[in-house]
Design a protein around this ligand. Structure first.
Ligand code: GLC
Length: 445
């Protein structure tokens, strides 16, 4: 069965993917009800091809250096929190450095927090003085970010938190209709500014809809306005409507009915800069996550939390640079990947392009590798890094790749390309049931 990106968009292939997911214990898969409309297919084409994006969490919390939820998690009084405006001092040019790193890493789009839950607006807003022109940067950070992203060839996304811990109506809007009216007008007004003043915007990434529902936020009207101002934009599902894509957070959860999805993740444990958070993911983990997303038709949005001066934490630079090195060789196996069925291995994961299966070996066993139950004949195989051909033998159960170097030829993951005589499938049940069992030890010998 040939399961292509186009098929996925039409909702075909869901059953095959679900079956494969169940068989290998990839429990994290949800079947969506509504396959994409023709307009969604059109607007989302670039995004599906992009696969890998950079999330940027940057606001007053960067100045505080203790995580973007500190204001609530530490119950910091407003007056005290507002003083972080004096610590939040990004230099001109910081967004350009983020965008350059994104390009080096192989990322194709960026999504920056225009306003996080703390309520501070990173742009020149006419709706509130609590913004980057008056405090903190003292320049329009959003404008600089948009220009920087464009200059590095990135698509541009805006994150926007509906929840607001600073605005006086941000909580009471739940129970007080006059407050709700004011706060919804304020919210729609801010989004209107963002959608009007910065040229073409590619993604609007809503976050946390507390304390209202879609009706309370007037989300239908919100999206209608957004699409009137930005007819090509895509929006996520966090204003309590379905939007164009799902947003599993800190997990990889594939949608199997053709609905688009993007897994967003931190590089350590915090979105906003947290000085003491040293729980960094390795480049190997990042590459493996990227492979998992691509294999199952999703995108990967990976976060950086810049320091108060706009600098990128050195660990983030190191990891993203290593990922970018790997992408130079293996990038196409991600960007152009079709849905991929083979997935069972304890040292590799897979993507595929047409009939070619890419075996991404993350724990290099040395000398030889095997795939169990591959249903196709392998016509040729090579190491992607060196282009060197490798030997393959098949006995109907095992596909055995031999003559490999003892040391992994690439870091953090080595990709082996196996050109098959059809779209690769894997049947490990057949191996378990039908692979001949030897009689040694059972015949009294
Ligand atoms: C959560 C958090 C937030 C972060 C977001 C990213 O909703 O509240 O801090 O911005 O996830 O997905």
């Amino acid at each position: 069965m040939n399961v292509s990106r186009r098929d996925v968009m039409k909702g075909v292939g869901a059953a095959a993917l679900s079956a494969a997911a169940m068989k290998t214990g990839m429990a994290q898969a949800v079947e969506s009800k509504n396959p994409p409309t023709a307009d969604q297919v059109r607007r989302m084409e670039w995004w599906h091809a992009a696969k890998f994006g950079m999330f940027i969490h940057f606001g007053l919390y960067a100045g505080h250096m203790r995580h973007e939820w500190a204001m609530e998690d530490e119950a910091i009084p407003i007056a005290e929190y507002q003083r972080f405006t004096q610590l939040f001092k990004p230099g001109h040019g910081s967004p350009r450095k983020w965008a350059k790193l994104a390009r080096v890493a192989g990322q194709k789009y960026m999504v920056m927090t225009t306003k996080h839950h703390e309520g501070f607006c990173n742009w020149n807003s006419k709706m509130t003085n609590y913004n980057a022109m008056n405090y903190g940067p003292k320049f329009d950070l959003v404008a600089e970010y948009v220009a920087a992203a464009r200059a590095e060839g990135m698509r541009v996304g805006f994150y926007y938190s509906l929840m607001d811990w600073h605005h006086p109506d941000g909580a009471r809007c739940k129970t007080d209709e006059a407050a709700r009216r004011r706060f919804v007008d304020y919210t729609h007004g801010l989004i209107h500014e963002l959608m009007s003043n910065y040229g073409k915007i590619d993604v609007l990434w809503y976050d946390v809809a507390w304390p209202l529902d879609a009706k309370g936020w007037e989300s239908e009207k919100m999206n209608k306005m957004v699409f009137e101002l930005q007819p090509d934009i895509i929006v996520n599902n966090r204003n309590k409507l379905e939007g164009d894509f799902s947003t599993p957070e800190q997990r990889i959860v594939a949608e199997t009915g053709g609905r688009a999805w993007e897994s967003c993740m931190t590089l350590n444990d915090s979105w906003g800069y947290q000085r003491a958070d040293d729980n960094w993911k390795s480049s190997k983990t990042v590459v493996r996550n990227l492979i998992s997303c691509a294999r199952d038709g999703g995108n990967y949005l990976l976060n950086i939390g810049p320091q108060p001066d706009g600098g990128i934490p050195p660990e983030s630079i190191r990891v993203l640079t290593e990922v970018g090195e790997w992408m130079k060789t293996s990038g196409d196996t991600i960007y152009k990947s079709d849905l991929c069925l083979p997935r069972r291995s304890n040292y590799a994961s897979f993507t595929r392009m047409g009939n070619t299966l890419y075996m991404h070996v993350h724990f290099w066993p040395g000398g030889d590798v095997s795939i169990s139950g591959l249903g196709q004949k392998v016509l040729s195989a090579k190491l992607l890094k060196t282009g060197a051909a490798v030997k393959v033998s098949q006995d109907g159960f095992r596909t055995h790749v031999t003559g490999l170097p003892m040391m992994a030829p690439d870091q953090p993951v080595t990709t082996i390309a196996l050109e098959c005589d059809g779209v690769p499938t894997q049947d490990t049940d057949n191996v378990r049931i039908n692979k001949p069992r030897a009689g040694v030890g059972y015949d009294g010998s």
